[in-house]
Design a protein. Structure first.
Length: 740
C-alpha cells in the first residue's frame, strides 16, 4: 500500500514556518539597531510587537477554524500569504530617520508593522492552523495531531541555533532578507500542496472526539499558568546567571534552546522524559538550586552553579510542558488551546522584561517562578505516591515529630539570621541560616505544601545579589539595563554592572582623586592623557567619553579641558554623581556634561571636528554593543573628531578579542591603529591594588598624529594576520571575535 505524503508535507510546512518566525526577529532587530540604538525601550518595543502579532496570529487561526469551512480556510490563508509578498523582501524605506523628540516607540511600531507585520502575522498562525487542518484530513494520525507541535518547535530551535552559527557569520543582513524571502515563497508552495493533498483525499470532516470533555474556565487558567511558568523561568534563569554568576556571551541561546527542547519532548508521540520522572527529579533539582545559591555566597562555583541552574530550569520547564501536553483537549479545542498557551508565554515575557525590573530591586522573578513550580508539584502529585525520603522510612512517630520540631526551629532561626545580616558581613551566621533552610527542604520534601512554601521562603532569602563574602553592599539599583551594585570594602568603593566591575575609587583622602581600575595613570589611559597634555590647544580641549562608568577620567584634569560623557543608563549617571559613592566628577573639578542616551545616536548631534579625543568604553557586563563598533559608527566618530584628534577605545574583555575587527575597520577607513596590553604590578595596601589589567586601542588619521604611541614600546601595531572582515551595520560576525 502506497504511503500517504500528507504527514511529511505537513511536517515540512510547520517546520519551515517556525524556522521563518524565529529567524526573522533578530534580522529585523539588526536592521533597526543603527537608527534606534541599543536602549531597552527599543528591545522592549520589539518584544511587545512580536508578542502582540504572535497572539493576533493565534487568534486569527482560532477564529477562522471555528467559523470557516476547511476549504475556505485554505483559500483565505493562501491568499494572505500571497498578498504579503508585496512587502518582501524585507527592507526599510530609504532616508528613514526616527523623530528627534518623543514618539520613537510609536514610530518603531509603525515601521515594524509596515515591514514585517503582515508576513509575521500569517506565519504566526501556522502552528495551530496546520494542526487543525491535519486533524480534519482523515489521516490515520489525525485524531491526535499535537505531535506536530514538536516538529514546529524543532524548526524554531534549528533557526535559533542556525542564526548566530550560520546566517550571521556567512551573510549580510541584505543577503539574509533575500534568503528569508525564498523560504517564504517555499512556504506558500508547501501550504498550497497541503491544501491540494487534503482536497484530493477523502471528504474532510472533523474527527469524532470519543473522549470529548468540555473545557472549563479552570482548564483554561491551568493552560495559561503552565505556559507562563516556563516562559518566565527561561528569562529569569538567564538574568540570574548573567547578573550573579557570569556574564557569558550568547548565554541567552542556551535557556531558549532548552525551553524549545522541552516542548519537543513533551509533545512527541513517545516523550523521552515522562511527567512522573520530571516531577520527582524536579523536587531534588529545586533543593540543589538552594544549596548552590548557599555555597555560591561563600565559595566560587561558577561552572557547577550554571549547570545546576540550567538543569533545574530544564526539569521545571519539562514538568510544566509535560503537564500541559497531558492536559491537551480534544481536537475541537485545539486552536483555543494553543492560543491560551501563547497567552501564557506572552504574559511570562511581559512579567520578566517589563514588570519585574520596575518592582524588584534584584531578580526575584526567578525564585518566585521556581517557587510556583513547587506548587505545580504539589497540585500535580495529588494522586501519586509521596516522594520517597529517608524521613518517610522512619517508623517511630515520636522521632518524626522531634525531627520536625528541630528543623522547624532551624528554619525559623535561618529566616531571622538572613534578615538580621541582610547588609552585614557576618558570613558564618548567614551560612548557618541558609544551611538550616536547605536541611529543612530535604526533610520536608515528602510534604507537598511544606515543600512549596519552603522553596519560596528559601529562594527569596538566598539572593546572591544581596550577598558578597568580602564586600558590604551599600547600593542596589535595577532598571531595564540590569542590576547596578555598589560594594564597599576597606575604604574602597566598587561599581558593578552584573558581574563586571565598571569602576572603583579609594575613599582614603590621599588617593580619592586618583583614577584606578582600567583608568590608572601607569596604564594605557594614562598614556592617552599624557599625549593629550602635550597637544593642548590654545582654545582648550574637548573630550567625548562614550560610557561614563564612575567618571574616573574626569580626574585627568587640565586647564581648558572639558568632558562630554555619553551614558545610556540613568542609574549609572546618578551613582557617578553621588559623592556618597563616587566623587571623581565633583572632586576633580573638570568641567563636564552628561548626555543621556545611546552614545552613537547622541554624538551625531555634536559639532563636526569638535572633539580632540573620543574615549570609547561602552561595554555592558562584557557584552558588546555591536552597533557602536561598526564601520559606519566609526565614520560618525571621525566626522566629529578634530583633524589631529585620536580615538581611544577600551577593548578589555574576558571573552572577545576585538583587535582583528578594529584592524579591519581601520584599514577600510584608512586609519592608523595601535594596541597596548597592560598588566599592573599590584602591591597590597597601596593604591596599585585597585589597578586592573586592561587592553586599549588608539586610532588616528595618520602616523604623524599617533607618533607618540609608536615610540612607546608598550603600543604595538597589529600583526600581519591580526585582521578580520570589518563589522558594518549590514554584517557583524560576533562569533569570530570570541577569544581563543
Amino acid at each position: 500500500m502506497k504511503r500517504s505524503p500528507l504527514l511529511p508535507v505537513f511536517a515540512a510546512t510547520l517546520f519551515t514556518s517556525a524556522y521563518l518566525i524565529f529567524s526573522v526577529q533578530p534580522m529585523v532587530s539588526k536592521m533597526l539597531l543603527p537608527m534606534l540604538g541599543g536602549s531597552p525601550s527599543v528591545w522592549n518595543t520589539a518584544m511587545v510587537f512580536f508578542q502582540a502579532i504572535l497572539l493576533a496570529g493565534y487568534a486569527y487561526a482560532h477564529g477562522i477554524s471555528k467559523y470557516l469551512s476547511l476549504h475556505s480556510q485554505i483559500y483565505l490563508h493562501l491568499g494572505l500569504l500571497a498578498l504579503f509578498t508585496m512587502v518582501l523582501p524585507l527592507a526599510l524605506p530609504a532616508n528613514l530617520a526616527p523623530p528627534e523628540e518623543g514618539g520613537q516607540a510609536l514610530w518603531q511600531l509603525g515601521i515594524m508593522l509596515t515591514c514585517i507585520g503582515g508576513p509575521f502575522f500569517v506565519l504566526a498562525a501556522s502552528a495551530p492552523l496546520f494542526q487543525s487542518w491535519f486533524a480534519a484530513s482523515g489521516h490515520e494520525d489525525a485524531s491526535d495531531p499535537y505531535f506536530l507541535y514538536a516538529v514546529s518547535n524543532a524548526g524554531s530551535m534549528i533557526a535559533l541555533l542556525g542564526y548566530p552559527l550560520i546566517a550571521e557569520p556567512l551573510f549580510t543582513v541584505s543577503q539574509q532578507t533575500m534568503i528569508w524571502f525564498g523560504g517564504y515563497v517555499a512556504l506558500i508552495a508547501l501550504t498550497a500542496l497541503c491544501g491540494w493533498l487534503i482536497r484530493r483525499g477523502v471528504k474532510p470532516s472533523q474527527p469524532l472526539d470519543s473522549d470529548y470533555q468540555p473545557v472549563t474556565a479552570c482548564n483554561r487558567l491551568v493552560w495559561i499558568a503552565l505556559s507562563f511558568i516556563p516562559s518566565s523561568l527561561m528569562l529569569g534563569v538567564t538574568t540570574a546567571i548573567t547578573t550573579d554568576i557570569a556574564s557569558v556571551p550568547f548565554f541567552w541561546i542556551v535557556p531558549l534552546t532548552l525551553y524549545l527542547l522541552t516542548f519537543i519532548i513533551a509533545f512527541s508521540k513517545k516523550p523521552m522524559i515522562d511527567v512522573a520522572m520530571a516531577r520527582e527529579l524536579t523536587v531534588y533539582a529545586l533543593c540543589l538550586v538552594v544549596a548552590v545559591i548557599t555555597l555560591g555566597a561563600i565559595v566560587s562555583i561558577h561552572v557547577f552553579a550554571i549547570i545546576v541552574h540550567l538543569a533545574a530550569f530544564f526539569l521545571c520547564a519539562q514538568l510544566c510542558h509535560g503537564e500541559l501536553a497531558k492536559l491537551k483537549p480534544s481536537v475541537s479545542h485545539l486552536t483555543e488551546y494553543f492560543l491560551l498557551i501563547s497567552v501564557g508565554g506572552v504574559l511570562g515575557g511581559i512579567f520578566n522584561a517589563l514588570i519585574a525590573p520596575l518592582i524588584f530591586l534584584v531578580p526575584l522573578e526567578y525564585p518566585l517562578t521556581l517557587a510556583m513550580v513547587g506548587f505545580v508539584i504539589w497540585a500535580a502529585s495529588a494522586n501519586t505516591p509521596r516522594i520517597k525520603t529517608s524521613f518517610n522510612a522512619l517508623e517511630d512517630p515520636e522521632r518524626k515529630k522531634n525531627i520536625l520540631i528541630i528543623d522547624g526551629f532551624a528554619i525559623l532561626v535561618g529566616i531571622v539570621l538572613c534578615f538580621v545580616t541582610f547588609f552585614a558581613k557576618v558570613q558564618f551566621l548567614q551560612t548557618m541560616g541558609v544551611v538550616s533552610i536547605v536541611v529543612y527542604l530535604f526533610v520536608m520534601a515528602q510534604n507537598r505544601a511544606a515543600f512549596a512554601i519552603t522553596v519560596l521562603t528559601a529562594l527569596l532569602l538566598l539572593q546572591p545579589t544581596l550577598w558578597n563574602s568580602n564586600k558590604k553592599l551599600v547600593l542596589l539599583k535595577r532598571n531595564y539595563f540590569g542590576v547596578v551594585k555598589v560594594f564597599s570594602n576597606d575604604d574602597k568603593n566598587f561599581l558593578y554592572h552584573g558581574t563586571t566591575i565598571h569602576g572603583a575609587q579609594s575613599q582614603d583622602d590621599a588617593f580619592k582623586n586618583v583614577p584606578v581600575a582600567y583608568y590608572n595613570r601607569p596604564g594605557p589611559t594614562g598614556d592617552v592623557f599624557r599625549y593629550m597634555d602635550e597637544r593642548m590647544r590654545r582654545g582648550g580641549q574637548k573630550i567625548a567619553a562614550l560610557g561614563l562608568g564612575v567618571g574616573s577620567i574626569a580626574c585627568y584634569k587640565a586647564s581648558g579641558r572639558e568632558f562630554d560623557f555619553y551614558e545610556i543608563d540613568s542609574d549609572i549617571a546618578d551613582v557617578a554623581q553621588n559623592d556618597k559613592y563616587f566623587s571623581y566628577l565633583s572632586g576633580c573639578g573638570s568641567p563636564y556634561k552628561i548626555i543621556l542616551g545611546d552614545a552613537r545616536l547622541k554624538i551625531r548631534n555634536a559639532t563636526d571636528n569638535s572633539y580632540d579625543l573620543i574615549f570609547i568604553d561602552t561595554f555592558s557586563s562584557d557584552n558588546i554593543p555591536v552597533h557602536v563598533m561598526t564601520k559606519e559608527a566609526f565614520m560618525t566618530y571621525m566626522q566629529k573628531l578634530a583633524p589631529n584628534g585620536i580615538i581611544a577605545m577600551n577593548i578589555s574583555n574576558r571573552y572577545f578579542d576585538l583587535r582583528p575587527v578594529l584592524t579591519g575597520i581601520a584599514k577600510d577607513l584608512g586609519l592608523v591603529i595601535y594596541f597596548k596590553y597592560y598588566s599592573p604590578k599590584r602591591e597590597k595596601g597601596d593604591i596599585s591594588a585597585l589597578y586592573t589589567t586592561s587592553q586599549f586601542a588608539v586610532l588616528a588619521r595618520n602616523e604623524k598624529t599617533i607618533a607618540k604611541f609608536m615610540e612607546d614600546d608598550g603600543w604595538l601595531p597589529p600583526k600581519a594576520d591580526e585582521i578580520s572582515r570589518p563589522w558594518t551595520d549590514d554584517y557583524a560576525n560576533i562569533l569570530s571575535a570570541l577569544a581563543p
